[in-house]
Design a protein around this ligand. Sequence first.
Ligand SMILES: NC(=O)c1ccc[n+]([C@@H]2O[C@H](COP(=O)([O-])OP(=O)(O)OC[C@H]3O[C@@H](n4cnc5c(N)ncnc54)[C@H](O)[C@@H]3O)[C@@H](O)[C@H]2O)c1
Ligand SMILES: [Zn+2]
Length: 358
Amino acid sequence: MQEIKSQDYSVYIGSDVLDHLQSFLEQHPVKYSKCFVMVDENTHKHCLSILLAEVEYLKDSEIIEIESGEINKCIEVVAQVWLTLSEAEADRKALFVNLGGGVIGDMGGFIASTYKRGIDFVNIPTTLLSQVDASVGGKLGIDLNGLKNQIGVFNFPQGVFIYTPFLNSLPKSQIRSGWAEILKHALIRDKAQWEVLKNIDLNTVNWDEQIAWSVKIKNDIVLQDPKEKGLRKLLNFGHTIGHAVETLSLEKNEIKDLLHGEAIAVGMIAELYLSNKIADMPQIEVDDVVKSLVKLYHPVPLKEEHFNKYVRLMGNDKKNEKGTINFTLLKSIGEGEVNYTADKNQIIEALKYFNSVL
Ligand SMILES: NC(=O)c1ccc[n+]([C@@H]2O[C@H](COP(=O)([O-])OP(=O)(O)OC[C@H]3O[C@@H](n4cnc5c(N)ncnc54)[C@H](O)[C@@H]3O)[C@@H](O)[C@H]2O)c1
Ligand SMILES: [Zn+2]
C-alpha cells in the first residue's frame, strides 16, 4: 500500500487498502455513532459486498442508494439524503462513506460537509477518473440548472482509500476516460513519464503504480496552490477547449456518450496546436503526442458550423478584458505553463487543426 499525504488527510492506494481502512476506523480518535455508505446502482452491484466483507467496521452501515449519472448530482438528491440522515437520527458523530465515482464523491462529500454543519466522511473512489483526479484537492459540490459544480465547498475527507481491484468491473470506456487525466498529468509535469505512458497497453497497466504516480503529481500542485490562485490552473490543460466540446456534445446529443476524458483528449489535441503556435512547443513533440492521442481515442471530427459556438462556450468563464481566452499550454512535453491567451481566430485554427489530424 502507498500513502500520499495531502491537505490534512492521506490518500492510500493498493489492493490491501480495505484492510487498512478497517484498522484506520478502529483506531480513529472519534468512535462513530453510526456509519452510512452512499452508493449508486452500479457500485451497489459491483463494490458494496466487497467493502462490507472486507471492512468489518462497516458491516452494520445504513446503505443509501442514489441513481447513477451526472444528472443526479443535484440539490434534489442532496435534500433527499439529508432527510434520510435526519430520519435515521444521524448525529454529529456519524460517518459518511462515499463508495463510487466522482458524482458520489463530490455530492457525498458536500452532503457530509453540510449536514449538521459537517460530519466526518471518507472517500472510496471506484472509477479511474475519481481515483486520479477527484481524490485530492478538496472540491465538493453539485450542479445547478445544467451548470457543472455551481454550488459547493472546499473540505477534506478523513481519508481516501483507493482499492484498485474495483477497476475490474469498470467499463473500458470509463478506463480510457480516466486515463486522459493521467496522460495530462504527465504532459504538464513529467516528460519521462509520458515516454512510459505512451507505450502502455491499457489491458496490462499496473494500476497501483500508475495511480500513485498520477495522484502524486496532482497532489504536489494542489498543495502549492490550494485555492486555485495560479499554479493549479496547470491542471486545466486540454480543458478550455475540452469543456466546450463536452458541453456542446451533451446539449446537442450529437456525439453520443462522449465521456469527460474523451472530450479532454479532443481538447488536448487542439491545445497542442496552440502550444506550438503560442508557447513554442517543438512541432516534433506535438506530432508525437497527437499521434498517440488520436490512436487511443479515435475522436470524430467537429462540425465547422459549431466552431463559433465552441468559442462562445469557452468565453463563458475564461474571457479576459481584451476578449481573448486564457489557456494553459505546454512549452514542451512535461512543461506546462499557465496564463497564455488566444484570440478567436487562433482557436478556430486549432479546431481546424484537430479535424485535419484525424
Ligand atoms: N472533485 C474533483 O476534484 C473532481 C475531479 C474530477 C471530476 N470530478 C467530478 O466527477 C464526476 C465524474 O466522475 P466519474 O467519471 O467517476 O463519474 P460517475 O461517478 O458518474 O461514474 C461513472 C459511471 O461508472 C459507474 N461506476 C462507478 N464505479 C464503478 C465500478 N467500480 N464498476 C462499474 N461501474 C462503476 C457509475 O455508476 C457511473 O455509471 C463529475 O461530476 C466531475 O465534476 C470531480
Ligand atoms: Zn478533467
